[in-house]
Write a protein that binds this ligand. Structure first.
Ligand SMILES: C[S@@+](CC[C@H](N)C(=O)[O-])C[C@H]1O[C@@H](n2cnc3c(N)ncnc32)[C@H](O)[C@@H]1O
Length: 253
């Protein structure tokens, strides 16, 4: 398996990300809920790809900075926002020493970029967030839902022979790539879910556990929003949601 950064550096990926411009529904829900906080803020957008969220967040924030670990993606973002006064840099969510303490009012890490970070290194990101954020700042990120894995791994049925062939082939590949993975009764697992042509493994986490982790790291007012519909999910529904990924918003102490 190729290193995931090489996958994102690839021109084909960059060109495909360049086409995406719309917010996901949970991102829109979060923008609505926290519009006062985000408007006029000093905002850091982590794992921006070629800047899908930049279109929206840079318009609302007072100062917008975007980072991504992939040089290819940052090149794409620079080409995308040519002649605009937006700061893009290559940077790693686990070590944001390029930024001073107490700098940001808002941090986004959208569309599951965090799931590329090794399970035991996710804490590095949260510690960096605490260091570079001002008191009472807003953190927003999304992460894959372990409760979605049974749906992902099942054989989908179609009465169209070609479509069914595709489903069956993908089903076999998912089984093959995850032969040694056991997710039952686990809180966190790394699986290959087939994205980017089975290019890498991603973290899937129990959303209730993710919420508890945030609270144990002293993040406050943790809220959860499901993808795709963007509805806010309460604590009891979080135990049973099978949405593929969940957006979390929380306040930084
Ligand atoms: C699924 S893409 C999403 C891109 C963009 N946010 C979007 O929604 O179109 C995940 C992005 O996170 C970036 N990423 C992964 N790990 C990262 C890290 N440790 N630091 C910064 N960026 C990272 C990848 O390079 C990739 O561009």
């Amino acid at each position: 398996m190729k290193d995931f950064v090489k996958v994102y550096d690839d021109e084909i990926q960059v060109n495909s990300y360049l086409k995406a411009k719309d917010l996901q529904m949970p991102e829109q829900s979060i923008l609505n809920k926290y519009s006062d906080k985000i408007k006029g803020s000093v905002l850091l957008d982590v794992g921006i790809g070629t800047g899908r969220t930049t279109y929206h967040l840079s318009k609302i924030a007072n100062k917008y900075t975007g980072i991504d670990i992939s040089q290819g993606m940052i090149n794409g973002a620079n080409a995308n926002f040519k002649n605009q006064n937006i700061d893009f840099q290559v940077g790693d969510a686990r070590n944001m020493s390029i930024f001073k303490d107490n700098t940001f009012d808002v941090i986004f890490f959208s569309f599951n970029g965090l799931d590329h970070v090794k399970t035991d290194e996710r804490i590095l990101f949260f510690n960096e967030v605490k260091r570079i954020c001002k008191n009472d700042a807003l953190l927003v990120f999304s992460t894959h839902n372990i409760l979605n894995i049974p749906l992902l791994m099942r054989l989908k049925i179609s009465f169209h022979p070609l479509i069914f062939y595709d489903y069956f082939f993908k089903y076999l590949k998912l089984k093959f790539y995850n032969l040694r993975v056991n997710w039952s009764n686990k809180k966190v697992v790394k699986i290959n879910d087939g994205v980017h042509n089975f290019g890498f493994n991603l973290t899937y986490i129990d959303p209730t556990y993710q919420k508890e982790l945030l609270e144990s790291y002293s993040f406050r007012e943790v809220c959860c929003f499901g993808y795709p519909n963007g509805n806010e999910i309460n604590t009891s529904d979080l135990l049973k949601t099978t949405d593929p990924w969940i957006y979390f918003s929380c306040k930084v102490n």
